[in-house]
Design a protein around this ligand. Structure first.
Ligand code: NAD
Ligand code: MG
Length: 392
């Protein structure tokens, strides 16, 4: 973590720009603000296309800036529009903190712009770190910006690390729910539908991350995210399946001690902690934890043969350069095609593996190079899906 805490939680109210306000994380953040009105207030809200939901939020919160990415005939003149509205919201002078809760690589420019101004970015948009982790963390360091995770595993690790030095850390162990197909035989997974894959056992989330949880791509994105956030090499980051999602992750220290952070699954705690870190403030976003009624906590290994997306993604992370950007972009497009019925469930991993094979060695030494790889990977998957439909 890059700490020069510019956020004063004890003082007046802190202005927050909320990107992706109408989504799962966005609406959770607004519930946090409802309880924490004395501390935080949304000063900028953006959404992609849901004008009506955004208008309701604007009526409730009266933010100084509103942005809707999609053109909409009924959108007020005063609203920002187009992809540029994310950067406009993130750099708004009233916003001290930016919660980036948009989906996919589209969130990258806003994160970089906020960090360049030395702001705190509470980052749910993990794809940003997968595409350009080195550039994002360097930008934070050079400009005094802060990157705080809004991801339950990384928030858990941050909480376990509190006050510890990097040389005291031996291993990070990320927990994974295993998704809806954890116990399914491979033959049944091959025929899994959109409806099957959208039934997450423990978390209510947006559709893209829910599919990523079913393929375990989400856990690969999170391993790469952890590598960049905490500066821990890949061979010291592990994944274990924990179906109850009560333990959010573990840190093992060099003396053999292991700390875990636990609680009933809710994203409202990671959101609040990213805003108040390194402090804690009273809040009631998470139901009280009862060890007796919470039931058994179990752990198992990952079935790598059935869920190849995890190792494909970690391999891309280890390879570096443009490989993680290719993995991410190919996955975004493959998931969209799965959701629209144009690709089967196993087609996601097949398309991502093929894109990595063809494009994984593209250069990744600048933002332009990474964005070129991102574009090439998207086109690679689109072209293949179109070709398969035309029967060649
Ligand atoms: P969601 O689909 O529910 O919401 C996404 C939000 O972003 C919406 O407001 C949408 O309008 C906006 N958006 C989508 N595409 C956009 C684009 N191209 N440009 C601008 N805005 C766009 O998704 P979510 O579940 O809230 O996830 C958001 C991010 O948080 C993802 O990166 C996800 O991986 C991460 N995350 C989510 C959870 C969770 O519990 N939902 C947990 C950890 C991390
Ligand atoms: Mg997570």
């Amino acid at each position: 973590m890059h700490s020069n805490s510019s956020v004063n939680v004890a003082g007046g109210r802190i202005g927050v720009a909320l990107l992706g306000a109408t989504g799962s994380i966005g609406t959770s953040a607004l519930r946090v603000f409802e309880r924490q009105r004395e501390r935080f207030t949304p000063v900028a809200l953006t959404a992609y296309g849901n004008r009506a939901a955004l208008a309701e939020q604007v009526a409730q919160w009266a933010p100084a800036y509103v942005g809707l990415v999609q053109e909409h005939a009924d959108a007020p003149e005063s609203w920002g529009r187009g992809a540029a509205c994310l950067v406009e919201a993130a750099t708004h002078p009233d916003a001290h903190v930016v919660i980036n809760a948009v989906v996919g690589a589209a969130g990258l420019p806003a994160t970089l712009a906020a960090l360049r101004l030395g702001k705190r970015v509470a980052l749910a948009n993990k794809e940003t770190l997968v595409v350009a982790g080195d550039i994002v963390t360097r930008t934070a360091r050079e400009h005094g910006g802060e990157l705080l995770p809004v991801d339950s595993e990384h928030s858990a690790i941050l909480q376990c690390l509190a006050g510890r030095q990097p040389h005291e850390v031996k291993r990070l162990i990320l927990t994974a729910s295993g998704g809806p197909f954890r116990t399914w035989p491979a033959e049944r997974i091959a025929g899994a539908t959109r409806v099957d894959a959208l039934k997450h056992p423990t978390w209510q989330m947006g559709s893209k991350i829910t599919i990523d949880s079913a393929t375990l791509a989400n856990k690969a994105l999170e391993v790469i995210e952890a590598h960049h956030l905490f500066g821990v090499p890949y061979d010291r980051i592990e994944v274990v399946v924990h179906p109850q999602s009560i333990i959010h992750s573990f840190v093992e220290f060099v003396d053999g001690s292991v700390l875990a952070q636990m609680g009933v699954p809710s994203m409202e705690l990671p959101i609040l902690y990213a805003l108040t870190w390194p402090e804690r403030v009273p809040d009631s976003g998470v139901p009280s934890f009862d060890p007796v009624t919470s039931g058994d906590l179990t752990f198992e290994g990952v079935r790598h043969d059935v869920f190849p997306m995890l190792q494909l993604g970690i391999g891309a992370g280890r390879r570096g350069g443009a490989a993680p950007a290719v993995y991410n972009a190919a996955n975004e497009v493959a998931v969209a095609h799965f959701l629209s019925g144009r690709l089967g469930f196993n087609g996601i991993a097949e398309r991502v593996a093929a894109a990595l094979h063809a494009l994984g060695s593209m250069p990744g030494d600048s933002l332009e190079a990474l964005l070129a790889a991102d574009t090439a990977a998207r086109e690679h998957v689109h072209a293949h899906v179109a070709q398969a439909e035309n029967g060649n």
